[in-house]
Structures are given as structure tokens and as C-alpha cells.
Design a protein around this ligand. Structure first.
Ligand code: PLP
Length: 275
């Protein structure tokens, strides 16, 4: 018995009671999108921004979804849970498709699934490795098709790493499950948004919080070799917050965790994110 609280197609139940059809297009085509919404002290963080991004994801796939119902379900999972800190996973799938045809019908009943789980948001120092970004051309959609991320991150695990930093033809994109920031020449830099990057909610929380304090973030195309001269670097995501990179194993550069600019960025972020 896992006793994980969940909601499937509008019905709230424990996860072990939920039955999903093997013909769900989440299984057969990975025809689904998702969100991970963090909460701290029982309050969701940037729920509206997550809902807006989910709207963009379902619009990109032409999946029908009532975002008001999704918001209510997420709030209901939160209020029915005893966890103080954690996240809600919410997935939207085109539906059950007995024909298993690439070309889907427009009449399918959208399938939704969410569950709530605790998370400590501990700051962990990361070992990462640089690798080629082998993903598809629409990484801005938060799709559950994450096989390339899985391959790259498990290769990193073989090298005792916690994450990857990916580049496409030499241009830095992002990490396997987070966005990248680094400090170079005393400037805070991050890869600019494009079809090759997920527009992370944590990324934008950090950029806005720094801007409020007069710190500009340089968004642009950065070559992966520029990381060699970065003084510090970190990754952002809804479950990691800001996670400092201690070591990039396949380039010759030791990053500083005492960099004063990095420390200020983290303090500014933490007070905004955790309130
Ligand atoms: N980039 C990728 C590929 C991700 O999978 C994630 C989070 O899952 C992020 C960035 C960070 O996004 P967010 O800050 O919205 O959690």
C-alpha cells in the first residue's frame, strides 16, 4: 500500500486504486504533457505560471482541457494532504485510443492524472557532465517524451554525475531536468529561450527576483566552451530550487561555491521562492 493521494479523470483516490488503460496514448505514443508544481508550507508556488505553461503545452498538441478544473484538482490535492513541503505532478494525455493510430481522432476524451508527494527542497551540490543535446526540436513543450533526457542522464550516472549540461552544435541549451545559469566576467548568464529549451518557471522566478534587485541576467547564445571560464554555475527547477554545480567532470574547471555573486543570487531567490 503506497497511500499516495491522486486524482484520475476527476476521481480522487489512492494511487493503488487507479486503473489506466494500456491503450492510453500516454503509453503508446507518449502523447501527453505534464507539470510539476512545488508547494512550501502548504502553499503552492507560482501555480498560475504552471497553469499558463500547461495551457501552452496542451495548445501545442491541440488537446482540449479545462484549466479551471485542473486548478481546482491541484488545490484539492494540496488541501487534502498532510505534507508541508512537496510537489504535485499533473499529467494530461490525449486519451484512450483503441486503434493506436498516429493520426488521432479529434473526439478523444482527454485523460488527466495528478498526485501529491513530499519533497525536502534540500540544496544539493551537483556533479555534472557536458554532453550533446540529442532531443527533438520542440523542447519548449513540457512533454512526457523524455527518452533523450533519460539516456543522457543515465550516461551521466555512470560517470558519478547527478545531471548533464547539454549543448546543440556547441550552443548551450539546458540540463536534463533543469535550466542552467553561470557567472562569467561577473555577469549572470543563462541560455536564451528557444524551441530547444523548456521555459522553466524557476528560471523566470529567479530572473524576475534578480531584476527587482537591479541584477541583470544576460540571456543569449553561449558556447559550451565558455563554461571553462565560468566562476560559478547552478541549475534551477521546481524541485531543486537553485542547486550549485560543484564540478563539471569533463571540462577542466573548478567552480567556486563561495562566489559572492552566486551567494547573493541564491539568497534573493530563496527569499522569493520560499517566501
Ligand atoms: N528544463 C527541463 C528539461 C526540465 O525537465 C525542467 C523541469 O522539469 C526544467 C528545465 C525546469 O523547469 P521548472 O523550473 O518549471 O521546474
Amino acid at each position: 500500500m503506497h497511500q499516495i493521494k491522486a486524482v484520475f479523470n476527476g476521481n480522487f483516490d489512492y494511487i493503488e486504486n487507479i486503473k489506466v488503460s494500456p491503450f492510453s496514448r500516454a503509453y503508446t505514443f507518449s502523447d501527453s504533457v505534464y507539470e510539476v508544481i512545488p508547494f512550501y508550507n502548504k502553499k503552492s508556488i507560482s501555480l498560475e505560471s504552471h497553469i499558463e505553461r500547461l495551457q501552452r503545452s496542451v495548445d501545442a498538441l491541440s488537446i482540449n482541457l479545462d484549466l479551471k478544473i485542473v486548478t481546482t484538482e491541484i488545490n484539492q490535492l494540496l488541501s487534502s494532504s498532510s505534507f508541508d513541503n512537496g510537489y504535485i505532478y499533473y499529467q494530461v494525455t490525449r486519451g484512450e485510443d483503441l486503434i493506436r493510430s498516429h493520426m488521432h481522432s479529434d473526439q478523444m476524451k482527454t485523460e488527466t492524472f495528478g498526485y501529491i508527494t513530499p519533497c525536502s527542497f534540500e540544496t544539493k551540490r551537483l556533479n555534472v557532465m557536458i554532453c550533446e543535446d540529442i532531443r527533438w526540436g520542440r523542447c519548449d513543450i513540457k512533454s512526457t517524451s523524455l527518452l533523450a533526457n533519460v539516456l543522457n542522464m543515465n550516461n551521466a550516472k555512470l560517470h558519478d554525475c547527478d545531471e548533464v549540461i547539454m549543448h546543440k552544435h556547441g550552443i548551450l541549451t539546458e540540463a536534463g531536468a533543469s535550466n542552467l545559469f553561470f557567472i562569467k566576467d561577473n555577469n549572470v548568464c543563462t541560455p536564451a529561450l528557444s524551441n530547444n529549451i523548456l521555459p522553466g518557471i524557476t528560471r523566470s522566478i529567479l530572473i524576475d527576483a534578480l531584476s527587482d534587485k537591479g541584477i541583470k541576467v544576460f540571456e543569449g547564445d553561449f558556447n559550451h566552451l565558455e563554461l571553462k571560464t565560468a566562476t560559478s554555475a547552478w541549475l534551477t527547477s521546481s524541485t531543486k530550487g537553485i542547486a550549485p554545480i560543484e564540478n563539471i567532470v569533463n571540462i577542466d574547471n573548478s567552480l567556486s561555491l563561495d562566489d559572492s555573486l552566486y551567494i547573493s543570487c541564491k539568497e534573493i531567490f530563496d527569499s522569493k521562492f520560499f517566501g
